[in-house]
Design a protein around this ligand. Sequence first.
Ligand code: GDP
Length: 189
Amino acid sequence: MEVENEASCSAGASGGSREYKVVMLGAGGVGKSAMTMQFISHQFPDYHDPTIGDAFKLKCLIDCSMANFNVLNTYGTAEFTAMREQYMRGGEGFIICYSITDRQSFQEAAKFKELIFQVRHTYEIPLVLVGNKIDLEHFRQVSTEEGLSLAQEYNCAFFETSAALRFCIDDAFHGLVREIRKKESMPSL
Ligand code: GDP
């Protein structure tokens, strides 16, 4: 699926566009598919389709520079499998998701940095941590402070989102591109 996102940029958007391979990670049911669908097509799917595991594409301007998103949605738990190794190798940046209503999904989110390290042998991989479903505040099991603290440990940006309300969804995806660009602009050691 490819959707062109129109945005205006006052001073000369960069003509060249660059592809960003983004991989969604997190326990089943935390809202990875819903976040991806909201980001790509502004739709909240009203049923859970466990077969969604495809790549989605979207072109949009971020800080006046064009970004071609290639978002790979994944499913399964934080176990080490051949398929997981494959997409962890290919991803340039990862959105690690949990649901604020599900403590176990937060515990799983805490395992991903180590899993990525096992494949990439570096901790210098752009990441964003996302606590989804904040529209379900009454059912909250993971505090904002706990999310922030894990993000500090991960040295990454942190967002609390609602795919249902399309709240902070763009911020999370754009935040990852900013992390990738930041890493690229740093001189390598
Ligand atoms: P995935 O397995 O991580 O891809 O999770 P899904 O995107 O399939 O979502 C699992 C369930 O949670 C579905 O019933 C969604 O409708 C629901 N869901 C996803 N995001 C939100 C959200 O932000 N708020 C609420 N209330 N429900 C959500």
